[in-house]
Unconditional design. Structure first.
Length: 221
């Protein structure tokens, strides 16, 4: 049994399951319809975890801060898997508000890694070509990260889903329909393609905040 953090996937999702208005768009546009009270819910989860993870693509597209701002609480460690370490060096995740770990592979250029370290971030190697979560999760656990919040995007959510690493999913349902065949959904990747393999969930809580439905799910092991 792997020693790994307890993993909670948290996301804002439209009624038709979309994360953005179109492929390549920032999710911040859709999130702008959320009220302060809904943001408080999101940030209260951040305040309860040891670390928060988003993918490199999310950093490039959304430039999130990944800090606790709407409630009282400690900022979690920011963990960014990036196989080639090509995260923008002016990204908000390099602010001094919280520690940042960039997870990369042997493919990353040494010069790039050096620049990231100069910005004050820690660099962890986990894998040859692509970030290997089997290697990464025990390393995070050893660092004292016992509870990890994953805020996307679709590719990272798929990696966690297919490997059976997700423990909980919490969804803020945005009361809009976006449509579009190629718009990223909550979970991307190739999909399970078989009813036997799909991830089975059990609803553990549901409530509304300012007319936004929130659902909380536990993964059936």
């Amino acid at each position: 049994m792997m020693n790994r953090p307890y993993i909670i996937v948290v996301s804002e999702v439209t009624i038709d399951g979309k994360l953005t208005l179109y492929r390549g768009a920032s999710s911040k546009e859709l999130m702008s319809i959320m009220t302060k009270e809904v943001y408080k819910y999101l940030h209260s989860i951040r305040a309860q975890v040891d670390a928060i993870m988003v993918g490199c693509e999310t950093v490039r597209t959304d430039d999130p801060s990944l800090t606790v701002r709407y409630v009282e609480g400690k900022n979690p460690i920011r963990v960014i898997p990036c196989s080639t370490a090509n995260v923008p060096l002016n990204a908000s995740i390099f602010s001094k508000d919280a520690p940042t770990i960039i997870v990369t592979t042997k493919r990353a250029s040494q010069e790039r890694v050096k620049k990231i370290k100069e910005l004050g971030a820690e660099v962890i190697y986990a894998g040859e070509d692509l970030v290997n979560f089997d290697i990464l999760l025990p390393l995070l656990y050893e660092k004292g990260i016992k509870k990890l919040m994953v805020e996307g995007g679709a590719s990272i959510n798929w990696e966690f889903a297919r490997n059976g690493y997700i423990d909980e999913i919490r969804i803020i349902h945005l009361p809009v329909l976006v449509g579009g065949e190629n718009v990223p959904t909550l979970v991307g990747g190739e999909g399970f393609k078989s009813l036997k393999k799909v991830l089975k969930l059990e609803i553990i809580n549901h409530f509304t905040i300012d007319k936004f439905l929130i659902t909380e799910w536990k993964v059936q092991k």
